[in-house]
Design a protein around this ligand. Sequence first.
Ligand code: HDD
Length: 692
Amino acid sequence: MSEKDMNLKKDAKDEQLDSFRVDNDGQKLTTNQGLKVSEDEFSLKAGERGPTLMEDFHFREKMTHFDHERIPERVVHARGFGAHGYFEVYEPLTELTKAGFLQDPNVKTPVFVRFSTVAGSRGSADTVRDVRGFSTKFYTEEGIVDIVGNNMPVFFIQDAIKFPDFIHAVKPEPHNEIPQAASAHDTFWDFIANNPETAHMMMWHLSDRALPRSFRMMEGFGVHTFRLVNAEGKAHFVKFHWKPVLGVHSLVWDETQKIAGKDPDFHRRDLWDAIETGNYPEFEFGLQVIKEEDEFNFDFDILDPTKLWPEELVPVRKVGKMTLNRNTDNFFSETEQVAFHPGHVVPGIDFSNDPLLQGRLFSYTDTQLTRLGGPNFAEIPINRPIAPVHNNQRDGMHRMTINRGPVSYHRNGMAGNSPSTSTPSEGGYEHYTERVDGRKVQARSESFKDFYSQAKLFWNSMSDVEKKHITSAFQFELGKVQRKEVRQSVVNLLMNIDTTLAASVALKIGVQLPEAGEETKNPTPSDSPALSMMNTIFSAKTRKIAIIAGEGFDQATTEVIKALKKAGAMPEVVSDRLGPISGQGGQSIEALHTFLTSDSLLFDAIYIAGGKEGVNLIASEPDAKDFVREAYKHFKPIGAVNEGAAFLQQSLAIEDLRVPGIVTARSTEELSGFDNKFVEAVAAHRFWDRKM
Ligand code: HDD
């Protein structure tokens, strides 16, 4: 069977969903009672100009359903987008865990993934500065496993009891519900300043990681320390990672703000299109493993969710791969109704005492009771396990299952005590028998009190460009904070991380630079190259290239398009009008966009075709020059040949086109190596040393 056929073959989850799918094609319209409807445009009235009659049951039913179409959005992570796929483990992980789906490389476990932003409402823009959620539901034969993570490896707080406070601070302010999907406001920064355990995550949040180019180009982290337990009962501490095969990439801040207006669905469209065009997003599954006996051998507490395990100290072992290969049939039924829970585990996966994780174990079922309207949400098709479900839970709102027989209690004699429990060797879940001793206390552990060393580690690990972006992110965010005392407190806090950073920020936001910060611990190691996005994977694959061409474009264009496609890039033609346009040699390309319907913000690179006639048409478009200038301003690769190069020069108003990331050809000689050079530039993504 070919790889394609394998992918097309329905997995167990897909088959299960089949029994719920409904197609209306060629069907008769009916009421919910199955009655065929003869009229769906006019309600029943007493006389043509008379009042509507209550007995119009179809009107009543249709309107009632409509009136109740909305459910509460998620209290956090309201805006999200999901897709189906599968997971394969590379080799049996028997030495670490007895989890069945991590044993056999020939098993494809169906998955559903939902990516999200945190703070914004369901209708907010995709490209805001925010943490991204990265939730994966594995439909394993032993039951559901959920990894409910983020695209950043640490969190703002250490104890779940502070979660409502933190979320109240970051969400729009309650008196006027402003600002939407933004952390650049007083209450967020007041929380940061008064809760210094946020320092490390604050650095991540202000970094380019908060501006992903695509959901396909983000890392995912389980954040907490979990346990894997093998068949002998031996446990290891682990952290879960998702590593995108395309590398980790970001947008630039100016771009994200403008995209939020031009295409608020930028990330969901990107994911949808990638799957529709067969560019299936792939993420390798990674594990960091620490032996139980090494628990105290680090200069941070491995239970503290504001700390990462530097990859240079604890390497990430890649143990499997997830491929997303199927879009949803219905957003509401699948993406909106999916319910994740970090407590959904199978034998071989267990928890740690991380107090943030412990609190999450309560919250996720609880929130679904309001959001999905009762305790039977596990019966909603997207949430059903593929493993059989038998227990004595009964009734409640929207019960689907018809449980037969008089017995709904354990222990019973009447049904031979079934459904019966399973021993661990039969697959029954057994909690890890960790020994716990201690007094009941409400306090922060001493080992959780180092707030700054890993914030410094993160800062030290950034390249100059990344540092520049973080600095201007602070200048922007704090620049929006109205209360001077809040701005001052954040700069005081920054002094504990890096003086240069604190000074650059203080300068722009009208506050004093304190003489010194607190005495704080330095990290070991002092930096971690794995944290810089400069050390990620770069390629031209799936990068979107705007081919700017008008009627009468030159021959070279067809070759450039071919070369880009060969490298896996996605060239799309932008012209003065939609539809087919012809080149000098009679070749035809289809324009999918005009300067009105698109913008270079929505592309990774641009190419300007030559050909006098075509370039004249493009040049007469009022928005064409801005299109080119924005690409230049955002450090993107720009290719241009012959008259196209002249138009580029005109648009940028610069004398010399020998600028990083600009590839031009104005002679037959230059044209010969052009395609390769341009593809190389596309694969490099951005040219940060371009002078503005
Ligand atoms: Fe949470 C949703 C991730 C801490 C309470 N969380 C939610 C989602 C993600 C995360 C990805 C969206 C799930 C989806 O797509 O449906 N949350 C995290 C991470 C955390 C974290 C990585 C820290 C490491 N969360 C956290 C705490 C609490 C919650 C400490 C409360 C004690 N989170 C929730 C919630 C949500 C949620 C209120 C809202 C919707 C939902 O659960 O299903 O229960």
